[in-house]
Ligand binder design. Structure first.
Ligand code: HEM
Length: 417
């Protein structure tokens, strides 16, 4: 019991989240074994009224149940632990904070742009951008993995897909950092709102332009898409862009950065992947996402009195799905604490545990991670972390703010294929 109390106290201490997942593994194991569905207080967050507390769901099986029953566990009352006014939640989170039928309608409109076929269409672009990013650092022999490598690819792809003018890409990057950063980079709620409004204005301007002058980009497709006679309102487009920019950038960049860290710590795994890149890449990407679990949790709210396992849940209760815990659940994964790039099967919940909100960008993220590692292996195959990662202080994003790396300098020929 002492252990359990300790774990619950730790989880409400923001500093605890700056230690990385490996340091938290024992705590989540204790919860899975002793309190798989347990109630605890909410952390106090400056600027938010104290909340009523929440249920922590930590077993894989229970997460699947919650995630796949949106009629019992809804998203429309917020998907992060603190409560925000519904309008603000929708503004920040777009469809991730909506339920059917509004969620279904939006998802049908945007789904078309994220099918495997669409991702294949931009495949050459992903590779071209990844190579240019590697070329930019290759002669230096060292870099900061986050800023110089991992953050650039997802940001450039999303901005390109959305048709955002190139001179605004850096600003979009800064704004997403403010929205999903920790208290060191996000000073207060006013700055957070300011960042979201600035992003919305950029997206709205692009949306209005594409209504008049459609081009071959995602915004044009979204503004002109019609599902059952309906298309996106410019404001919905702006919110969706905030979601895409945040969801697409912070997650994929952390997967890539954790990947480099993990390969440094597991040279045997690295050697096996490099010896058979085509054969191992697909399972390697899934194992990196399982191990990294870039999104640590999402929340739901019970719509009626119900049960999770043996535990009664009352209508209106907050329920938090800890993906990080489910991804180490020994009931589902053999040797869950072994980093195994050929792990098969690998039913991780890094992209969600199924249900209507399953990650829209999963195919794109997989492609970006895979291509980035393939380019690294081709040009700077000995890249390795040369210092410890600086972790983000966040119970939501398993983020790395910076991590130094070294490699043998080389020149990547411009235009090389
Ligand atoms: C490794 C990278 C990524 C991870 C780990 C990740 C993880 C997640 C998770 C856990 C969810 C919630 C799933 C649920 O509630 O069932 C989600 C939703 C979402 N993701 Fe991702 N994501 C990644 C990359 C991306 C990318 C590249 C994009 C877009 C460019 C994206 C767009 C979205 C959107 C739009 C949603 C909300 C879907 C909805 O509400 O219907 N994600 N993602």
């Amino acid at each position: 019991m002492a252990d359990l109390d300790r774990v619950i106290a730790d989880m409400n201490d923001i500093e605890w989240w700056a230690n990385g997942a490996e340091a938290r593994a024992d705590a989540f194991r204790t919860l899975r074994e002793e309190s798989p569905v347990g109630f605890g207080p909410e952390p106090e967050i400056e600027g938010f009224p104290p909340g009523p507390g929440f249920w922590s769901v930590v077993r894989h099986e229970d997460l699947m149940h919650v995630s796949r029953h949106p009629e019992l566990f809804c998203s429309g009352q917020g998907t992060n632990i603190p409560d925000l006014p519904v309008e603000i939640a929708e503004f920040f989170g777009s469809m991730i904070n909506m339920d059917a039928p509004r969620h279904t309608r939006l998802r049908m409109i945007v789904n078309r742009s994220f099918t495997p076929r669409m991702v294949n269409r931009i495949d050459a672009d992903v590779q071209h951008k990844a190579r240019a990013i590697v070329a930019d650092i290759a002669e230096q022999g060292s870099c900061d993995v986050v800023t110089d490598l991992a953050a650039r690819l997802p940001l450039e792809i999303i901005c390109e897909m959305m048709g955002i003018p190139r001179d605004l890409w850096q600003r979009i990057f800064e704004l997403t950092n403010m929205i999903l950063g920790d208290s060191e980079t996000t000073p207060d709620i006013a700055a957070l709102m300011g960042a979201a409004i600035e992003m919305a204005q950029i997206a709205q301007a692009v949306g209005e332009d594409r209504l008049r002058n459609p081009q071959d980009d995602l915004v044009s497709a979204l503004m002109h898409a019609e599902v059952e006679g309906e298309s996106l309102e410019p404001m919905e487009m702006a919110s969706f862009f905030i979601l895409l920019a945040a969801a697409g950038n912070e997650t994929t960049r952390n997967a890539i950065t954790h990947g480099i860290r993990l390969l440094t710590e597991h040279p045997d795994q690295r050697a096996a992947w490099q010896a058979d890149v085509d054969g191992v890449s697909a399972t390697a990407v899934e194992e990196i996402v399982r191990w990294a679990t870039p999104v640590i949790h999402f929340r739901r709210t019970a719509t009626e009195d119900t049960r999770i396992g043996e535990v009664d849940i009352a209508a209106g209760d907050k329920v938090v799905m800890w993906y990080e815990s489910a991804n180490r659940d020994a009931a589902v994964f053999d040797d869950p604490f072994t980093f195994d790039l050929t792990r098969t099967p690998n039913d991780h919940v890094g992209f969600g545990a199924g249900g209507p909100h399953f990650c829209l960008g999963a195919n794109l993220a997989r492609r970006e991670i895979r291509v980035m590692f393939e380019e690294l292996f081709t040009w700077i195959p000995d890249i390795h972390a040369s210092g410890p990662p600086a972790y983000l202080r966040s119970p939501f994003i398993h983020g790395i703010k910076s991590m130094p790396a070294e490699f043998t300098p080389t020149t990547v020929p411009t235009g090389a294929n």
